[in-house]
Design a protein around this ligand. Sequence first.
Ligand code: ADP
Length: 234
Amino acid sequence: MQAGPMAGLVAGSGGGAVVMVRVIMLSPPGAGKGTHSRWLTLQTGAAHISSGDLLREEVARGSDLGRQVASYTDRGDLVPDELIFRILAPAVVTAARNTGGYVLDGFPRTMPQALRAAQFGADLALTSNAVIYLTAPEDELVSRLLDRAQRDGRADDTLGVIRHRLAVFARETAPLIDYYRGRGILLELSTNRAEADVQADLLNQLQARGLMSPRATEPGPDHSGQAETTLRNS
Ligand code: ADP
């Protein structure tokens, strides 16, 4: 698939074109990746692709692949890159074809994944245009995840597994921060403040890079009635 030169352009407020968001959400567990990905999806119409959701769906299906996935996710270990690509790649291609953009929530999270995603993006003219790095103090991350455990009952939201996931982030995923900073596409935001403040900051930073129409928060012809587009791998 080759996207044409206009691919990913959407109408801006002044009739000009802004580039459709193709962003990676990069953050430790509990920093607000899911929440802010869903918000950005509603604002832009870009597809939300959550690696964790796709993996949990595979587990819920009870397939052989799902059982393999659960043997990693239940312990808080990363699922091997090959399995991740098998599950995610079709979703990303479909998303980009349907919406011209994407919000990648939870992928890539190892250097090999990042390098392969960059190659994949270049081949398909779907290169990411921003990486959103969300931060919060570690005790805040742990307390948010323990709160979520009460509400959602996720198998990996127990204190021991949460601590392990944070250590895995520091070891496997944190190197991506400098990698994307070096490529000049990293946006860093603290989520240790009101959600509305985080969203306003995010909007400003995306607009400053020509990635979002200044009217994106108001109902308009591009986004009115737009339901969240969450892609499933089926
Ligand atoms: P969190 O960010 O809170 O850990 P996610 O829903 O993003 O939650 O991920 C849940 C689990 O799914 C991870 O702990 C890991 O086991 C697995 N996972 C998600 N995305 C990836 C990925 N890109 N590579 C490897 N494993 C992943």
